[in-house]
Design a protein around this ligand. Structure first.
Ligand code: ZN
Ligand code: ZN
Length: 183
């Protein structure tokens, strides 16, 4: 399968920031921590993790890159880690998270990626993307973090690894590495 068949594009709400992910993500996960709740304005964050070289971020020509792509350094520790959250300075959509613990990886919110190609008029599409293998981007999350804060009415997702908070035992970390394809 070629990289283009599994690639995805995405954007912030206003379209000033465009993202492209080339090839399959390493994994998809949910996080119910306080940071992800506030960051998304929803009750959990859904993300894909990709390698730095898979991700391209561009700012619309004519816009100032520094004011369009802003980064907030979260040191609250509410997610268990310090993280850099990059967002669109115009519309506020989250674009990516970076953790100093995983310097070569980028965590991209699933909701900014287009599951389907855009319609010709630029509005969000609703049909399956041509060339999609049907599994890469429709796959279920493999991990759930911070389930101590999970809303009770959010059902079971079938994730393989479910953590009350952060994974911290050697056994947990080993399983995690296997999912990331690093074990
Ligand atoms: Zn924007
Ligand atoms: Zn989180």
């Amino acid at each position: 399968m070629s990289d283009s068949a599994t690639s995805r594009t995405g954007s912030c709400q206003c379209g000033a920031v465009q993202v492209q992910i080339l090839g399959k993500p390493m994994e998809m996960h949910l996080c119910h921590c306080a940071t992800c709740q506030k960051l998304s304005g929803s009750i959990f964050g859904a993300y894909v993790t990709v390698k730095d070289e898979q991700l391209t971020i561009t700012v619309k020509p004519g816009l100032n890159e520094d004011s369009t792509l802003k980064t907030y350094k979260d040191t609250s520790g509410a997610s268990g880690n310090a993280n850099d959250h990059t967002f669109c300075g115009i519309c506020g959509s989250p674009i990516l998270n970076r953790s100093p613990l995983m310097p070569t990886m980028r965590v991209v919110p699933l909701g900014i990626l287009e599951p389907y190609p855009l319609s010709e008029d630029g509005t969000a599409g609703t049909e399956g993307q041509e060339g999609d293998d049907g599994e890469t981007w429709e796959m279920k999350p493999r991990m759930e973090y911070w389930c101590v804060r999970k809303r009770k009415w959010v059902g079971e997702t079938g994730a393989e690894l479910v953590f009350k908070r952060q994974p911290d035992t050697d056994e947990d970390l080993k399983k995690l590495m296997t999912i990331f394809g690093l074990g």
